[in-house]
Design a protein around this ligand. Structure first.
Ligand code: NI
Length: 258
């Protein structure tokens, strides 16, 4: 049993074979997928997908790349979407000072507004941080009470990870942990307690080895879990069980009655 805590199954890349992708995920032991909106349109698609499949849940929000397109109606529409019982988080939101596809000041302002909205909606947040580690931690420290959440595709250093844990956040580990150059991330995984880690694909992006270079999909989260088991010298079953429990806890997803 595995939870892919961060996928983008609603994206066009899956339009040709989405059914098959979902079936392959199930065949690899993935029993729950959180598919994450990056703008209003994709958030709508994510919710529609979650309403069609029991095992899929959705998150709604506007990615830092897309915050330049937020207008006076966007937050109301996202608020409406979040009323679906399949919406379990708000995001992905945050800061991306690597690509800067929206201006920095605007990213910071919209991040603050969306943290506030998530708190009003009582949803945990999914955080995107690229080359904005210091600012991201400051923003999270400064927010009003909220439900905690996940720092997705973690790329900070160990001190940042500890700050996030101290604030009650979980850290989500992507397929990059399998890459040769990701020594720092592996070191962080080694040091952090397993009961604060999640696994994710961020598909269609960031395929883990040995699938690197191909389109990523939820089934491949198994490679990431296996690598984490090696790094932490834990049985694979423990990594699967604990990271799944963590994901279900943070997103408030009940386990299937058994
Ligand atoms: Ni993502």
């Amino acid at each position: 049993m595995l939870v892919d805590s961060h996928a983008h199954l609603e994206m066009d890349e899956f339009d040709g074979d989405r059914e098959a992708v979902i079936r392959r995920a199930q065949e690899s032991g993935v029993d729950c997928i959180v598919t994450v909106g990056v703008n209003l349109e994709d958030s709508r698609k994510a919710v529609a997908l979650a309403e069609r499949y029991d095992m899929i849940y959705a998150s709604v929000g506007v990615h830092p790349h897309d915050v330049k397109d937020i207008d006076e109606t966007t937050y109301d529409l996202l608020r409406d979407l979040s009323k679906s019982s399949k919406v379990v988080a708000y995001g992905e939101i945050g800061l991306d000072f690597f690509r800067n596809l929206s201006p920095k000041d605007l990213q910071i302002r919209r991040f603050g507004e969306q943290l506030e909205l998530a708190a009003q909606l009582a949803l945990p947040v999914i955080i995107h941080d690229r080359e904005a580690h210091k600012e991201t931690v400051e923003m999270l420290k400064g927010r009003r009470e909220g439900r905690g959440g996940v720092v997705h595709c973690f790329s900070g250093d160990y001190d940042m990870a500890v700050s996030c844990l101290d604030m009650g956040f979980y850290i989500s580990i992507p397929g990059t942990v399998t890459y040769k150059k990701s020594g720092t991330l592996r070191d962080i995984v080694r040091k952090l307690p397993i009961d604060r880690l999640l696994v994710e694909t961020d598909c269609p992006f960031l395929s883990p080895e040995p699938e690197r270079g191909r389109r990523n999909e939820p089934a491949y989260v198994a490679h990431t879990a296996r690598r984490i088991a090696q790094i932490k010298d834990l049985p694979l079953e423990d990594v699967e069980r604990v990271t799944s429990r963590n994901a279900r806890d943070v997103f408030g997803i009940k386990t299937e009655a058994s």
